[in-house]
Design a protein around this ligand. Structure first.
Ligand code: NAD
Length: 471
């Protein structure tokens, strides 16, 4: 019997079938995850459908209060959740790791509680009054990845609940346990059936895409899987928000002070061991500052403590899984075979965990897998350029378009370049920062729709116009 349960119709349900979740730092067993079947998915969707009319009819203030209670509950369980997250995901407790992620969960939940989507009066005169109402969609399914499992779960489910929808969430089979525990905590603050959690292997995601009882899917994951979700949900015309992969470029102009920006650039790329959708993944550096920036970045990389995330002082943990570990190894091997210069790292650490030290790769360009593919790990290609037009063209020569950045002492020059990057967010002198009140989403193969802010919340509603004829 699994120690972690599904959450269906307000109850925790342990089931016989399960699979082991192991710590990526040590290989030790963290716990057994229930392996839900179609019948469990059907039960979760039925519970969400049944809870929908009551939850939709709940006053918006009451739903806001419920979100604040959820934030309080997450805060009071933050230490337990952070530890479980570190054990199954690998990220450190401190730094920008698990405790930071739990802080984000609370901040995004409180923000959702603080905003509303009131009726808008579009016209009111002697002839007619026209109102625009926002109505919940029904049952929202959330499918999450393994890199920021709790924060992304919160990003999906809280705005859905806040606007009167009910939810079925399916976490990644790599990191399901912390999400199941999070949902158990959230469930205690809500009427039965408003939030339901099922966990299992990838086919469960495909079953969600096709399920006729689901009205919307909010999906965060790879571009390849996002396409499958879209295809699978076509027959039932589900609403979709697709937050997919990115291969973000940063362009460093010749006027920067390399020593001053190195630490910020390093963490923009290596946050969560590079396993972040909008991490800096291709670094284009002007010839005039190329070698000094390479040297400054190497200095930061070599002093950053890598280890088991439960140990104090560790800032970088292992990669999360064997697939990701093998991918980073293969991309660095390809770069090496093409004659690229490995400035630091370049080989996995011996031992049980998936430890791959931060690896900076210079003298590399298009054609290398590390440049052309999303690495999602601890290896960063540093590409030399001398002509800004060529740098912009290379940055945009990518099927994805999540984020991008320009680094310069001349803000006006950087602002002038920003609109030329084909991506959903352009940061100037930073990269990868997100916040609850600012819409975030990708263009091109990075997906469509936004999360966060008013626009993000609107994505969980449909518009209904009510027109009153006064004549
Ligand atoms: P993934 O696509 O392999 O898996 C994501 C989720 O989809 C998991 O829950 C998985 O079980 C499920 N799934 C697998 N097959 C499915 C199918 N056929 N139908 C429906 N669901 C299915 O992605 P991952 O490896 O977990 O996450 C890494 C990727 O996510 C990276 O590409 C990263 O850039 C992206 N990501 C994007 C954002 C963003 O906001 N744009 C945020 C985080 C991660």
């Amino acid at each position: 019997m699994s120690d972690y349960g599904l959450i269906i119709a307000g109850e925790k349900r342990a089931i016989e079938a399960g699979f082991d979740i192991n710590d990526p730092a040590t290989g030790a067993l963290v716990g057994r995850c229930p392996n839900a079947r179609q019948v469990d998915l059907d039960a979760a969707v039925a519970a969400a459908r049944q809870a929908f009319p009551g939850w939709r009819a709940t006053a918006t203030e009451a739903r806001a209060q419920a979100c604040n209670r959820i934030a309080d509950a997450i805060e009071s369980h933050a230490a337990e959740l952070a530890r479980l997250l570190t054990r199954e995901q690998g990220k450190p407790l401190g730094g920008t790791g698990s405790e930071f992620e739990l802080g984000g969960c609370v901040a995004w939940t409180r923000y959702a509680a603080s905003i509303d989507l009131p009726v808008e009066v579009l016209e009111d005169n002697e002839q007619q009054r026209v109102e625009q109402h926002r109505k919940p969609l029904g049952v929202v399914a959330s499918i999450t990845p393994w890199n920021w499992p709790l924060m992304i779960a919160i990003w999906h489910i809280i705005p859905a609940i806040r606007t009167g929808n009910t939810v079925v969430i399916k976490p990644s089979p790599y990191t399901p346990l912390s999400t199941l525990r999070l949902i158990e905590i959230i469930n205690a603050e809500l009427p039965p059936g408003v939030i339901n959690a099922i966990a299992g292997e990838d086919p469960l995601g495909a079953a969600i895409s096709e399920h006729p009882g689901i009205d919307k899917i909010v999906f965060t994951g790879s571009t390849a899987t996002g396409k499958k979700v879209m295809a699978g949900s076509a027959a039932t015309l589900k609403r979709l928000t697709l937050e997919l992969g990115g291969n973000d470029a940063a362009i460093v102009l010749p006027d920067v002070d390399p020593a001053a920006i190195a630490e910020k650039i390093f963490w923009s790329a290596f946050i969560n061991s590079g396993q972040t959708c909008a991490a800096l993944k291709r670094l284009y550096v002007h010839d005039a500052v190329y070698e000094p920036l390479c040297a400054a970045l190497t200095e930061v990389a070599e002093k950053t403590p890598l280890g088991n995330g439960l140990e104090p002082g560790v800032l970088l943990g292992p990669l999360q899984n064997a697939m990701q570990f093998e991918k980073v190894k293969a991309l660095v091997a390809d770069a090496r075979a093409r004659g690229a210069r490995i400035l630091c790292g370049g080989d996995p650490l011996p031992g049980d965990g998936y430890f791959y030290p931060p690896t900076l790769v210079a003298d590399i360009g298009a054609g290398a897998r590390l440049v052309d593919e999303e690495q999602f790990g601890t290896a960063l290609p540093i590409i030399r350029y001398s002509d800004i037009e060529q740098a912009i063209e290379s940055a945009n020569a990518c099927e994805q378009g999540l984020g991008g950045s320009i680094w310069s002492a001349d803000i006006a020059a950087a602002r002038a370049l920003a609109p030329r990057l084909e991506c959903g967010t352009v940061w100037i002198n930073s990269h990868a920062g997100v916040q609850p009140n600012v819409p975030f989403g990708g263009v091109k193969a990075s997906g469509f729709g936004v999360e966060f802010g008013i626009a993000g919340m609107q994505a969980y509603t449909s518009i209904q116009i009510v027109t009153v004829d006064k004549q």
